[in-house]
Design a protein around this ligand. Structure first.
Ligand SMILES: NC(=O)CC[C@H](N)C(=O)O
Length: 141
């Protein structure tokens, strides 16, 4: 994804979109791209979300797993989590709201109109995060 963004010169258009008030949502590798700082390995990123992130934070593919976790912002039931070689958010800035955690680490975060999850809601039938994103984009949340 990083290679593609660089090859297609998409860094600046995405930053401009954000600057003009556009909403962004990253899942997993998308969250890595949005982060202020990436480790394991260090790499360039958009730095549109004030988090530090460790790629493959749980380990290799064998450590991919399912789970469920509470998300007070979205109500009951717990959010289903699909963690595929998921990253771990290791630090969050003062303006970042942690909306859900997994194993003690932020798993769903928001800073203004930027949302990010370390898991894949698109692989479940639970559409609450996508609906929430649309509301954030429409400035009604
Ligand atoms: N499911 C994913 O997007 C995995 C991300 C991948 N493990 C990475 O570090 O780039």
């Amino acid at each position: 994804m990083l290679k593609f963004l660089l090859e297609e010169d998409l860094f600046e258009p995405l930053r401009t979109f954000h600057q003009r008030g556009g909403a962004l949502y990253g899942t997993c590798a998308g969250t890595i791209l949005l982060a202020r700082a990436v480790q394991n390995p260090a790499q360039q990123s958009l730095a549109l979300l004030d988090i530090e992130i460790q790629r493959n934070g749980y380990g290799r593919q064998l450590e991919s797993h399912l789970g469920a976790t509470p998300c007070p912002e979205l109500g009951e039931p717990d959010l289903p989590l699909v963690m595929i070689r998921a990253p771990i958010i290791s630090a969050t800035g003062a303006d970042v709201h942690v909306l859900a955690k997994w194993r003690g680490q932020p798993a769903f975060v928001r800073e203004g109109r930027v949302l990010a999850t370390t898991f894949h809601p698109e692989l479940t039938t639970d559409t609450r995060i996508h609906a929430y994103f649309l509301e954030v984009a429409a400035c009604i949340r």
